[in-house]
Write a protein that binds this ligand. Structure first.
Ligand SMILES: O=C(O)[C@H](O)COP(=O)(O)O
Length: 248
């Protein structure tokens, strides 16, 4: 049996401001820092150790990983940064207030943009200053790989090669792994691992900064999964994420 730990980054400044974030590279809030340290403490207290960590190229996930590993006294751990673990690209919604957008377009439309499997938000225009075309961290990528918007299906299409080519072979080689990533890149991964239907994935929300353990069989099929930490607090945090896209 293998075990892997997934974790969404701690609260970011745009989580606090309730803005669609996507590929925007915002940092953690003080609460987010505290969540990342608390995640490290619970992992340490529960006796977890790792051989390897994966994260995105966005600082909210990277800093969460650093703080978690610092708390575990494991800052020596090799870290692989992979752009394919980035948050789902939120297209032209990036930067907008989620509740204001719901007030303007309706809760149902915002739920489609946030949680439908195959309906992406409007894309950024090619010449929009918010595109990632000139960002040095994506310099090695063909322009066609740099999204202007994504639905979850698009995110699955980039996350799964990272899983199949990098992460799954490392698990099979016996490496104990932690992945610090994002709400929707983790939803994409979990959808594929657990075989969640396109309609049921709408109801899956990942709270900030809570270690989520997956136990996998020899074929890397999930046996069971559970969050470490207080179940009531985690359920409340998941409900809060679900409610972010509703008009106030
Ligand atoms: O990109 C974002 O805005 C968040 O990290 C995830 O947002 P969501 O829960 O609205 O999809």
């Amino acid at each position: 049996m293998y075990k892997i730990v997934f974790m969404r980054h701690g609260e970011s400044t745009w989580n606090l401001e309730n803005r669609f974030t996507g590929w925007t590279d915002v940092d953690l809030t003080e609460k987010g820092v505290a969540e990342a340290k608390a995640a490290g403490k619970v992992l340490k207290d529960e006796g977890y150790t790792f051989d390897l960590a994966y994260t995105s190229v966005l600082k909210r996930a990277i800093r969460t990983l650093w703080l978690t590993l610092d708390e575990m006294d494991m800052m020596y751990l090799p870290i692989k940064h992979d752009w394919r673990l980035n948050e789902r690209h939120y297209g032209a919604l990036q930067g907008l207030d989620k509740a204001e957008t719901a007030a303007k377009y309706g809760d149902a439309q915002v739920l489609v943009w946030r949680r439908s499997y195959d309906t992406p938000p409007e894309p950024l225009a090619e010449d929009d200053e918010r595109t990632s075309y000139n960002d040095p961290r994506y310099a090695g990528l063909p322009k066609s790989s740099i999204p202007l918007t994504e639905c979850l299906k698009d995110t699955v299409a980039r996350v799964m090669p990272a899983w199949d080519e990098e992460i799954a072979p490392a698990i099979r080689a016996g490496k104990k792994i932690i992945i610090s990533a994002h709400g929707n890149s983790l939803r994409a991964l979990i959808k594929m691992l657990d075989g969640i239907s396109d309609s049921d994935i709408v109801g899956l929300n990942i709270p900030n900064g809570q270690p989520l353990v997956y136990e996998l069989d020899a074929d890397l099929k999930p046996i069971r999964h559970y969050y470490l930490g207080d179940p009531a607090a985690i359920a409340a945090a998941q409900a809060a994420v679900a409610n972010q896209g509703k008009a106030k």
